[in-house]
Design a binder for this molecule. Structure first.
Ligand code: C5P
Length: 231
């Protein structure tokens, strides 16, 4: 870990577009990217693939230690390996997201994954996306964004995303599942989904991806984490 590398955190509910925005901003700045949701999703897959009982806290904690999740170093390549197996498609399934959200409500699991997430802080900088990047994992981040969008818009975005990846999706079910997941994420006792006190809240319902990316880059420039705004 390098303590002097700057951090931009992008938190928000499911389907708010934070993953897409974080990836674009990291690519334009030439910074590292942390998709923290993929770590919770990787844990969910580790539990289901090993046949472990997700309610057995000690077993889940042991899997936090032993799982080997590898993201591709090339930002254009979305492949993710879990213990050597390509799980990129399974990782994005809504069932995996739901199981991740259940495991993510366990306080000891969140603590066990803190160091794993903080290790992504490397020069020249890190863009970290998730639910508690600005509140818990990187509370001293230079710039904190909280990305929102209406529930309908978020369900539609997630639906299109799943379809594009060739995964099956049903819009009505998706709306229900996303609502349940957000409810659980926002009401859990440890690190609930909420904007950090010093976060800039952006409602992206009526904004294009390009507009959100340029807003984040302008904010990054005005708070001094980048010298110029990349095109
Ligand atoms: O962002 P994504 O949909 O991949 O996250 C899956 C789940 O992992 C979320 O619903 C949430 O419960 C959990 N999560 C979390 N904290 C994070 C990132 C994800 O609790 N920083």
């Amino acid at each position: 870990m390098n303590d002097s590398s700057p951090i931009i955190t992008i938190d928000g509910p499911s389907g708010s577009g934070k993953g897409t925005i974080a990836k674009r901003v990291a690519g334009l700045l030439g910074w590292h990217l942390l998709d923290s949701g993929a770590i919770y999703r990787g844990l969910a897959l580790s539990v289901s693939k090993s046949g472990a009982d997700g309610d057995d806290e000690n077993t889940v904690l042991a899997l936090c230690e032993s799982m080997n999740l590898v993201f591709s170093a090339d930002s254009r390549d979305e492949s993710i390996l879990l213990n050597g197996e390509d799980v990129s498609q399974e990782l994005r399934a809504e069932t995996t997201g739901n199981m991740a959200s259940q495991l993510a409500a366990i306080g000891s699991v969140r603590s066990a994954l803190l160091d794993t997430q903080r290790r992504y802080r490397l020069l020249p900088g890190l863009v970290a996306d998730g639910r508690d990047m600005g509140t818990t994992v990187f509370p001293a981040a230079e710039l904190k964004i909280y990305l929102e969008a209406s529930a309908t818009e978020r369900a539609e975005r997630r639906y299109n995303q799943l379809k594009q990846k060739g995964l099956s999706a049903n819009l009505a079910n998706l709306k229900k599942e996303i609502a349940e997941r957000d409810e659980r994420d926002a009401n859990r006792a440890v690190s609930p989904l909420r904007p950090a006190d010093d976060a800039v809240v952006i409602d992206s319902t009526q904004m294009s991806i390009d507009e959100v990316v340029s807003r984040v880059l302008q904010l990054a420039h005005s708070c001094g984490v980048c010298d110029s705004i990349p095109d």
